[in-house]
Design a protein around this ligand. Structure first.
Ligand SMILES: NC(=O)c1ccc[n+]([C@@H]2O[C@H](COP(=O)([O-])OP(=O)(O)OC[C@H]3O[C@@H](n4cnc5c(N)ncnc54)[C@H](O)[C@@H]3O)[C@@H](O)[C@H]2O)c1
Length: 338
């Protein structure tokens, strides 16, 4: 494997699966050998890729095609089952966020990966955005001192333009909820910076999605960090017409920081004792969903990390245990609302 290109199959050729295909194709150490989707190939706009096409992951895995990594970009509720199938076939897996829709499924994926000695990469590409890299360093090296409180506001619009009749979005079993589909990146950033949470109190409401989704469109979550400090996560998909922001405000012993923009992509406030804010590179634009923006277009970093790990050069940036932890936190937030 060291000298050869790493061979990838992408399962799910929608918005994000096509980004996986594109990032794999552009990486000189990767080769896209197969694409899988239940939709007919001619409806998928994937003709530019010189890759075998399958309608079912089992057909791919039963074929004699040489594949090293299966990259899963199907609806959330299918991730666990498809990841386990790929691992059983002795493939490494890349799993889009969220890794699974419950902790038990995430654990089953990890057990299988350990059993067959294959790598599991989860996707949390917002960690690569310049403000994320910057704040991670400030928190880790103690510049901010003791963390007093952390406040996350994720206020986006998702309406009938997004929750269309033919989509998996909004379905309890395939989507799972707004914290899984829209806001898991921001829960990941919170966990990555400050660790786990406890003493969670949640209020969920569905203001205007009763006919569009099976779940909430707004929530207020209060908690304490296990490492000290308090926090809240306020979220909504009920905004009129467009996204407002996804921001994190940190109030700490030595100063205060706010990172905002639509997907925590720009530093809006930084005032820290004896510290001068460096100039950061701009964050990549958000993934484009027509009327909507999602999280940053950083998927190329994910595949660079897959190459580095499989060639034995670097550790995994977002491993299966972290993927599991995000699922666990979201599951506990939802449970605390009942
Ligand atoms: N990392 C990110 O920033 C990011 C952004 C958006 C979506 N996502 C995640 O990516 C995944 C896909 O989201 P999307 O927006 O691309 O959705 P999408 O609806 O655009 O694409 C999903 C594709 O999967 C196909 N599919 C459905 N069932 C299948 C099956 N059994 N086997 C093979 N293919 C199947 C569908 O036909 C469709 O083409 C989701 O898990 C989502 O949460 C991640």
């Amino acid at each position: 494997m060291k000298e050869d290109k790493i061979k990838f199959a992408v399962v799910g050729c929608g918005h994000i699966g096509k980004r996986h295909a594109e990032m794999i194709s552009r990486n000189p150490n990767c080769e896209l050998v197969a694409l899988v989707d239940v939709k007919p190939k001619n409806e998928l706009n994937i003709d530019s890729y010189n890759a075998s096409f399958f309608s079912d992951i089992e057909d791919l895995l039963n074929s004699n095609l040489d594949v090293d990594v299966v990259s899963i970009a199907t609806p959330n509720g299918l991730h666990a089952e498809q990841a386990i199938k790929a691992l059983e076939a002795k493939k490494h897996v890349v799993i889009e966020k969220p890794m699974a829709l419950n902790k038990a499924d995430a654990e089953r994926i990890i057990f299988k990966g350990l059993e067959v000695s294959k790598q599991i990469f989860t996707v949390m590409q917002n960690r690569y955005s310049p403000p994320s890299v910057w704040i991670k360093e400030l928190v880790s090296n103690g510049t901010l001192g003791e963390i007093y409180s952390v406040h996350i506001n994720s206020f986006w619009n998702r309406d009938e333009r997004y929750y269309t009749k033919d989509s998996w979005h909004g379905d309890e079993k395939l989507d799972g909820g707004t914290l899984f589909t829209q806001f898991s990146h921001f829960i990941d950033i919170m966990y990555w910076l400050f660790g786990d949470i406890k003493n969670i109190h949640t209020i969920l409401k569905d203001f205007k999605h009763q006919k569009l989704t099976d779940f909430e469109d707004a929530g207020v979550v209060n908690f304490e960090f296990v490492n000290g400090g308090i926090g809240n996560f306020n979220f909504s998909t009920a905004l009129f017409d467009k996204n407002m922001e996804s921001s994190i405000t940190i109030i700490a012993e030595n100063g205060s920081v706010k990172i905002g923009g639509q997907y925590m992509n720009e530093v809006e406030y930084c005032h820290i004792k004896n510290y001068e804010m460096p100039v950061l590179k701009p964050t990549n634009p958000g993934n484009d969903y027509g009327a909507y923006k999602g999280s940053a277009q950083n998927h190329h970093y994910v595949f660079e990390n897959v190459v580095d790990v499989l060639k034995g050069n670097k550790p995994i940036k977002t491993n299966a245990l972290e993927g599991l932890k995000i699922v666990d936190i979201i599951e506990r937030i939802y449970k605390s609302a009942n």
